[in-house]
Design a protein around this ligand. Structure first.
Ligand code: S3P
Length: 429
């Protein structure tokens, strides 16, 4: 969908939906499969532009991908080769940063770039640790921004202490460590999503986890089966809408419930929402469940510290939900929001203020006082899918007023079926 879109739905929302595949797990399944020996069969891969960027990148590195019914089968190359062209990662920070970790150790020259949004996002956070491992990398504007040029080298295992909890940086280092000489150690200040650690272990890597410290030794991977759980970061839009609209009841089927990702469910409960988790199971090393949220009166909460990496991508829609909660919701320690697909604190802060929210911005977060009935507004989505979807949810709290989104093409980066599901759940009410 391109061009401006006018949202004029009415809550509550009701019904169930199959949650599309997790974006983080989908990227990793294709990339790690390309590094393995033997085929990997991926079930439930997210079909969205970001994952397509990784798909095209691994093909450029020599992997072959084919669809077999609802499976994607990845056949790795005998060995990863120098890409014959620049790799365009589109809007996808995960593709660019994880590929940097792999390519730092692959002989040859690689250039990673992306769209205007990605070319504004920081890469020094991967350039510096990879250089310490002996990698030769250079980026634009004093190594701050893509494009990123990599001259693949033999790397050496090194110990890294990260200043921010970032799964992308952690994963880039671990992927570099797979082919480095000796042991590579990464320590995070708080636990970020651990899909890389889980998947590498299942594929045979010599990896161990001790609290916030991950150690990897050079190892080969073997292909196998990956079953991608539903993406909580996508389901979040409907779970939050339901939580804030009394009379709503929404069930997310097959939702990934990896504890490094379920901060949203903890916060919804703390706000007073009715959250029910049933049918808990584990598939291919990742837990999942069916999760129902029912709307009710909500209370303000504080979100800070180690909670933040467990719900970093859900903060824009939680900012929307906070406008409906009684009291002052405070979000702190979330400076990372400023370097996502947009400066999400600024962009969401402006959009919510224009919709009538009482919001105060800090360098690392915000405070939102509610409850406030929102009003119609026009939003610049700034190539940020989660801003567009969050403000579509905000419209449900605007009692029938219209919210105009200037461009929703960005929604296709992570959730092409977002608007059809929203329409179905609205009609279900
Ligand atoms: C991701 C990690 C997070 C998250 C991003 C996906 C991943 O970013 O915001 O959407 O797949 O590793 P950071 O690692 O930069 O925190």
């Amino acid at each position: 969908m391109k061009g401006p879109v006018t949202c004029r739905r009415r809550g509550p929302i009701r019904g169930s939906f199959e949650v599309p595949g997790d974006k983080s797990v989908s990227h990793r399944s294709l990339l790690f499969a390309a590094l393995a020996v033997g085929e990997t069969r991926v079930r439930g891969l997210l079909r969205a532009e970001d994952v397509h960027s990784t798909w095209k990148a691994v093909e450029r590195l020599g992997a072959r991908l084919r669809e077999e019914g609802d499976l994607v089968v990845v056949t790795p190359p005998a060995r990863l080769g120098e890409p014959d062209d620049v790799i365009d990662c589109g809007n996808s920070g995960t593709s660019l940063r994880l590929l940097a970790g792999v390519l730092a150790g692959v002989p040859g020259l690689s250039v990673l770039t992306g769209d205007a949004s990605l070319r504004r996002r920081p890469v020094k956070r991967v350039v510096e640790p990879l250089r310490r491992m002996g990698g030769i990398l250079e980026a634009r504007d004093g190594d701050r921004l893509p494009p990123l040029v990599i001259r693949g080298q033999r790397l050496r295992g090194t110990r890294h202490v990260l200043a921010v909890a970032s799964a992308q940086v952690k994963s880039a280092i671990l992927l570099a460590g797979l082919s480095a000489d000796g042991e590579t150690v990464v320590e995070e200040p708080a636990l970020s999503r651990d899909h890389t650690e889980r998947m590498l272990r299942r594929m045979g890597a010599d990896i161990s986890v001790d609290g916030l410290r991950v150690t990897i030794r050079p190892s080969g991977l073997r292909g196998g089966e990956v079953d991608v759980p539903g993406d909580i970061s996508s389901a979040a839009f409907f779970l939050c809408a339901a939580a804030g609209l009394p009379g709503s009841e929404v069930t997310a089927l097959g939702l990934g419930t990896n504890p490094t990702r379920t901060g949203l469910l903890d916060v919804l409960r703390a706000m007073g929402a009715d959250v029910e988790v049933v049918n808990e199971r584990e598939s291919a090393g990742e837990p999942r469940a069916d999760v129902t949220v029912r709307g009710s009166g909500l209370e303000a909460v504080t979100i800070e510290g180690a909670m933040v990496p467990r719900l970093i991508d859900e903060l824009p829609v939680l900012m929307v939900l906070a406008t409906q909660a009684e009291g002052r919701t405070v979000i702190r320690d979330a400076k990372e929001l400023r370097v996502k697909e947009s400066d999400r604190l600024l962009v969401m802060g402006e959009a919510l203020a224009a919709a009538g929210a009482r919001i105060e911005l800090f360098d690392d977060g915000c405070a939102i006082t509610g409850p406030t009935p929102l009003r119609g507004t026009s939003v610049r989505t700034r190539m940020d899918h989660r801003v567009a979807m969050s403000m579509a949810v905000a419209q449900l709290f605007a009692a029938g007023h219209e919210v105009v989104l200037d461009d929703v093409a960005c929604v296709d980066t992570s959730f092409p079926s977002f608007f059809p599901i929203l329409d179905r759940l609205s009609e279900g009410a």
